[in-house]
Design a protein around this ligand. Structure first.
Ligand SMILES: Nc1ncnc2c1ncn2[C@@H]1O[C@H](COP(=O)(O)OP(=O)(O)O)[C@@H](O)[C@H]1O
Ligand SMILES: O=C(O)[C@H](O)[C@@H](O)[C@H](O)[C@H](O)COP(=O)(O)O
Length: 171
């Protein structure tokens, strides 16, 4: 059966970095969630305004449909980066993918100060460092959610985090 692997967490925790490592290892496509935001969401974030649930539902739907299209197009696996900060977003993703593929969700998390320092150096990204707090406020670290795994990153190198995640993935 095909599978969809989502990599989540607040901005700067390493979603894209880890997703790229996974897609290389699994030799599969990678959907960069940031590239699928409606323009209204990008405009909002560019102005330093955090997204609300209402802003996110449409984006989550687009991402799920993109992942489904990839596996229905014949790919065995696809990796998607998407913050999916709240349990209800993760539930929505699992429900929407449904039986079309096996779904595994990994939520990266870290200390606020570690990520804040990292974000301050990323000046060209539309996600402003001062919006990070709202993301941490929204983050619900998963506990006992089916097919959802939390991954504490701390000061681990991306390779180390990648190896941790691989333990949950059938190669
Ligand atoms: N484990 C890590 N340790 C140190 N730096 C990292 C780690 N993971 C990612 N980074 C760096 O942090 C920044 C944000 O990473 P990125 O993968 O774009 O995060 P996200 O997609 O979650 O916003 C990048 O400059 C990246 O190289
Ligand atoms: O890589 C990042 O910096 C984050 O992924 C970010 O750009 C993300 O697209 C938005 O944070 C989505 O909105 P929410 O995370 O607020 O849902």
């Amino acid at each position: 059966m095909s599978r969809v692997i989502f990599v989540g967490g607040p901005s700067g925790t390493g979603k894209s970095t880890i997703s790229i490592l996974l897609s290389k290892k699994l030799d599969c496509p990678f959907i960069e969630g940031d590239e699928f935001h409606p323009q209204a969401n990008i405009d909002k974030m560019s102005q330093g305004i955090p997204l609300t649930d209402e802003d996110r539902w449409g984006w989550l739907s687009i991402l799920c449909q993109a992942a489904i299209s990839v596996v229905q197009g014949g790919e065995n696996t696809v990796v998607v980066s998407c913050s999916m900060l709240k349990k209800k977003y993760r539930d929505y993703i699992k429900e929407t993918i449904g039986t079309k593929a096996q779904t595994q969700l990994f939520v990266l998390y870290n200390d606020f100060s570690t990520i804040y320092k990292r974000m301050e150096t990323r000046s060209n990204h539309y996600m402003k460092a001062n919006m990070l707090k709202s993301q941490f406020d929204d983050l619900e670290v998963p506990e006992l959610e089916d097919h959802v795994y939390k991954v504490f990153c701390g000061t681990k190198e991306p390779e180390q985090i990648f190896v941790e995640i691989l333990k949950y993935i059938n190669l």
